[in-house]
Design a protein around this ligand. Structure first.
Ligand code: ATP
Length: 370
């Protein structure tokens, strides 16, 4: 088990003639990450943000444009992939079709010349961990997606890596199998206690598995923190809207002052939300910014509540929760309610917004204000 450090890591592909999709054409742009021994770190971000490129540079499968990668204190930039003590589980299972599961799991050890008694000991040790004891004689074509993925992970961990890299290991699985495998990965990592870097674009996976999440957009690290930190204290508008389902409402607002009290106000809307006192020293009357509030912090008040009356614009019944959209000027404010009532478009409800749960973002840069 070892720690992993990425220091000012850059990757620029030679994309001459191709459409630019990255900031300054860097697929990875000055990435700094320090993952502790035994830590489970998720790299999370939208498609094309540079997650796989980062993983491939750590594995030694992609050249580094600039920067350093360390395992503990050892600089590994120029180390051959096979000398890096890294286990890889990529999204395509890449099994050898003529070999059965046993042969596939044993393959890398055989290639390294490990003797067959030792290989057998390790396969028999890993098999129950990954629950593949009954599959060892099966051929890859006979396996389900979930079984293939378990074999794939067994192949990565049999080399007893110091760092385990996983790239979207659940992406080929559907809903239920995905959830089951997520629980298995968590159980496995708790057992083998290997430092793990896990690439995903699924925030739920990252939130449920990781000790810390590195959120990346256009190759640039947006925030590195625990699931609670990135959810409760998002560093910027991107993180705020990427983490959470349904996402945080982020609305343009102008702050107004009435009798010494500040309110968030919205163009073409009667809605006003009380500004928490903690913001009083960074705002003034007329200040423009964006205000973020999670759907669960917008409540439907009772008949005699002090909330402002608003018309319902959208209503979705998802079984155990109901989602309601309210027009705030040209913007839509989403809320979640467990209220059993079947609301309809244009019904009027009284809204109460938990002002103390709001976040402020700079209108230009999207950076969090405080
Ligand atoms: P996804 O979730 O879709 O796999 P990702 O976050 O893993 O995306 P990368 O695959 O690392 O993103 O790609 C980052 C950027 O680098 C993208 O703009 C992509 O088009 C570009 N890129 C990736 N591989 C190459 C390559 N071999 N040659 C040129 N550009 C590449």
């Amino acid at each position: 088990m070892a720690g992993l450090t990425l220091e000012h890591l850059f990757k620029r592909y030679d994309n001459s003639g191709k459409k630019k999709r990255t900031v300054n054409d860097y697929a990875v742009n000055d990435l700094n990450l320090k993952c502790e021994q035994g830590e489970f770190v998720a790299l999370l971000g939208p498609s094309g943000c540079g997650k796989t490129t980062t993983l491939r540079m750590i594995a030694g499968l992609e050249d580094i444009t600039k920067g350093n990668i360390y395992i503990d204190d050892c600089l590994i930039n120029d180390l051959h992939p096979k000398d890096r003590k890294i286990g890889l589980a990529f999204e395509d299972y890449a099994m050898y079709p003529p070999l059965n599961v046993y042969g596939n799991v044993a393959f890398n050890l055989r290639a390294k010349g490990v003797d067959s008694a030792e290989i057998d000991r390790r396969v028999r040790e890993i098999a129950p961990l990954m629950q593949i004891e009954d599959l060892l004689e099966k051929m890859p074509v006979k396996l389900s997606g979930g079984q293939k993925q378990r074999v794939n992970i067994a192949r990565a961990i049999i080399r007893e890596p110091e760092i385990l890299l996983m790239d979207e290991p659940l992406s080929h699985l559907d809903g239920k199998a995905r959830q089951a495998m997520r629980i298995e990965i968590k159980r496995l990592i708790n057992k083998i206690k290997c430092t793990t870097i896990y690439v995903t674009h699924d925030q739920l996976e990252a939130m449920s598995l990781a000790d810390r999440i590195a959120i990346i957009n256009f190759g640039v690290l947006q925030q590195f923190g625990t699931p609670t930190e990135v959810y409760d204290d998002p560093a910027n508008e991107f993180v705020a809207s990427f983490i959470g389902e349904p996402p945080m409402n982020i609305l343009e607002t102008k702050i107004i002052k009435k009798e010494g009290v500040y309110f968030f106000s919205f163009e073409n809307s009667n809605l006003q939300i009380t500004v928490p006192r903690r913001y009083y020293d960074v705002i003034q009357d007329g200040f423009r910014c964006k205000v973020g509030v999670r759907p669960m912090d917008v409540l439907i008040g009772g008949e005699d509540s002090v909330g402002t009356p608003e018309h319902i614009a959208t209503f979705e019944n998802l079984g155990d929760e109901r989602r309601i959209g309210i027009h705030v000027g040209d913007m839509l404010l989403m809320l979640i309610t467990e209220d059993e009532r079947r609301y309809r478009r244009d019904d009027v409800v009284k809204l109460e917004v938990r002002g103390e749960k709001t976040h402020l973002f700079d209108i230009e840069t999207g950076e969090r204000i405080r």
